[in-house]
Design a protein around this ligand. Structure first.
Ligand SMILES: [Fe+2]
Length: 135
């Protein structure tokens, strides 16, 4: 399944939307690699990318939440923190068991699906809040 950045996923905040597109591209690179049979090599790259990406991207989002006094910011940060734990577990699994089809499956179910839902719901809600604030 390809990750398509559809209109309903846009928050209307340019920097956030472009970072979201970036993670979709990375997920698609992994899916393409799996289709070509080179998924194992791509997993390490993906986990490395993901680790750096979430630190930067969640940090940027949380800075904006604070800057605009977003009332849901504590709840939103908790979602981010839980997701970081998930990613850390996957990295640990990679370190102990190496690349596996099971790990690719988890990247799709626990990372890809989480991102889709989080972007649509939580990030979308912040986008709506910001629009209402800016009139
Ligand atoms: Fe977020």
């Amino acid at each position: 399944m390809a990750y398509v950045f559809t209109k309903d996923l846009e928050t209307g905040i340019a920097v956030i939307d472009s970072q979201h597109r970036e993670i979709f591209d990375a997920m698609n690179r992994l899916a393409d690699a799996c289709a070509k049979g080179t998924g194992r090599q791509e997993i390490e790259k993906m986990l490395h990318f993901l680790n750096n990406y979430i630190a930067k991207h969640f940090g940027d989002e949380e800075k904006m939440h604070a800057q605009y006094n977003y009332p849901e910011r504590i709840k939103h940060k908790n979602y981010h923190e839980n997701f970081k734990l998930t990613v850390n577990e996957l990295i640990k699994e990679y370190r102990t068991d190496g690349a596996s089809i099971g790990l690719v499956g988890k990247l799709n179910s626990k990372v890809g699906m989480w991102l889709l839902n989080h972007i649509k719901r939580e990030d979308g809600a912040f986008g709506t809040y910001l629009k209402s604030k800016n009139g």
